[in-house]
Design a protein around this ligand. Structure first.
Ligand SMILES: Cc1ncc(COP(=O)(O)O)c(C=O)c1O
Length: 407
């Protein structure tokens, strides 16, 4: 007699994952990188050199570097964070993680309990928003403008919460090439942000995963640098500067904080080979690679903006971002981008609808995010033309496509 065996799953699980059916023809979603700019030959050379020299250390957990991650990679990061973001830290104040998503999870595990409140930018990385909602955390969105987080809105939110006796657990911010808006917060605003949050004893969780992708290379010091590390946890990643598939990110924090985070990281170390190859590659080629990558990304962004101007005319509003891989668009109020995304996907075209990237679903309703890093220029042009046709069919806008009046 056969016994029917069924698992009894734990309560409150997220919705099950759907099966992967390959990438759509026009793929404007996610944070994929530019395949043409991936430094494959230099990565092969780095892998060969580091394995010949140190391959036998793969026999140990942690590569003789301890649980924080491969030491030469942390040494590279300590140097790079100093020249790039003004952060002064020791290699032992850096923990290598499996992508910065693991960094987000670890920091959230350290700081958050159900019912807590956190402050975030109103338009915000959906991966962060979904994580907070899974933890039963209340999210207060702070408005942005073309200069990034609005400090008058932050001051109002902090005062309002104080009146209600609520102290937010942290302010989560992506100050340098914000996702999805692409803004960079000025040094002046950063200093004011630190002053305000300090006055309310609210720590900062700074996510800098796009900060290498800036067209003119100029950026203000990180909040971590400006605060001398006090009350700030900083995370970053190699996903956007080199490759998301490698899954290598990092957390920077003072040891009194990092030691608690390390105790929560129970995976016996992130993938070693990736760390070794990155350390070898980055020490020799990082800056030169990022310069080339940025030139390619800027050129794709220009293709995208020109295609939008041609296909959507004034129906698509956007600001020219200072860096990154995304364009954040506003379509006419009549467009529901969640519906647009659904219909477009059925026709092989993927976009990120605004409500998933905003704490205010009405604000996000007619907005959407396009990632321009992965598709080639022709695909960008054809994809935008296809999107304009679908949008016109479903919502009656744009009324002119490629300067031809529709319908
Ligand atoms: C703001 C932000 N933080 C973190 C991540 C996670 O990146 P990864 O885990 O690949 O480092 C992303 C990915 O898109 C992101 O946009």
């Amino acid at each position: 007699m056969s016994v029917k065996f069924e698992f009894e799953f734990a309560p409150n699980l997220p919705a099950p994952a759907s099966k992967w059916n390959g990438f759509p023809k026009y793929n404007f979603i996610g944070g994929h990188n530019d395949a043409e700019r991936l430094p494959v030959d230099a990565l092969i050379a780095a892998a060969t050199a580091v394995l010949k020299r140190e391959g036998s250390s793969l026999a140990t957990y942690g590569l003789n570097s301890g649980p924080l991650g491969y030491r030469p990679l942390r040494e590279f990061l300590a140097r790079k964070l100093k020249w790039h973001a003004g952060i002064v830290c020791q290699p032992d104040e850096i923990l290598i993680t499996s992508g910065s998503l693991q960094g987000l999870d670890l920091v959230n595990s350290l700081l958050l309990s159900p019912g807590d409140t956190v402050l975030v930018e109103q338009d915000c990385y959906s991966g962060s928003l979904s994580r907070l909602s899974r933890r039963g955390v209340k999210v207060v969105g702070i408005e942005l403008d073309s200069g990034g987080l609005r400090l008058d809105a932050l001051a109002n939110a902090l005062d309002d919460l104080k009146r209600r006796g609520v102290r937010p657990k942290y302010l989560y911010t992506i100050p340098t090439v914000q996702n999805p808006t692409g803004t960079i917060l000025s040094e002046e605003r950063r200093l004011e942000l630190l002053r305000l949050t300090r006055a309310h004893a609210v720590p900062i969780f700074e996510d800098e995963c796009y900060s290498d992708l800036i067209w003119d290379g100029r950026r203000p010091p990180a909040l971590y640098a400006l605060s001398g590390g006090a009350g700030v946890i900083h995370i970053g990643s190699f996903s956007k500067s080199i490759s998301p598939a490698l899954r290598v990110g990092y957390i920077v924090a003072s040891w009194d904080v990092l030691s608690h985070i390390l105790a929560l990281k129970t995976d016996a170390g992130s993938g070693a080979l990736e760390q070794m190859v990155l350390a070898e590659f980055c020490s020799a080629h990082f800056s030169e690679h990022v310069l080339k990558l940025n030139r390619g990304l800027r050129s794709k962004l220009e293709t995208l903006m020109a295609a939008l101007a041609e296909q959507f005319g004034t129906a698509a509003e956007f600001e020219d971002p200072k860096g990154g891989i995304f364009l954040w668009l506003k379509l006419p109020d009549s467009v529901d981008t969640q519906k647009l995304a659904q219909v477009a996907l059925a026709e092989g075209l993927a976009i990120n609808p605004g409500p998933e990237w905003s704490t205010d679903k009405d604000h996000g309703r007619s907005r959407l995010r396009l990632c321009f890093a992965n598709p080639g220029k022709e695909t960008i042009q054809d994809g935008v033309a296809a999107l304009a046709q679908i949008c016109h069919r479903e919502f009656g806008v744009p009324t002119r496509i490629a300067n031809i009046r529709q319908g």
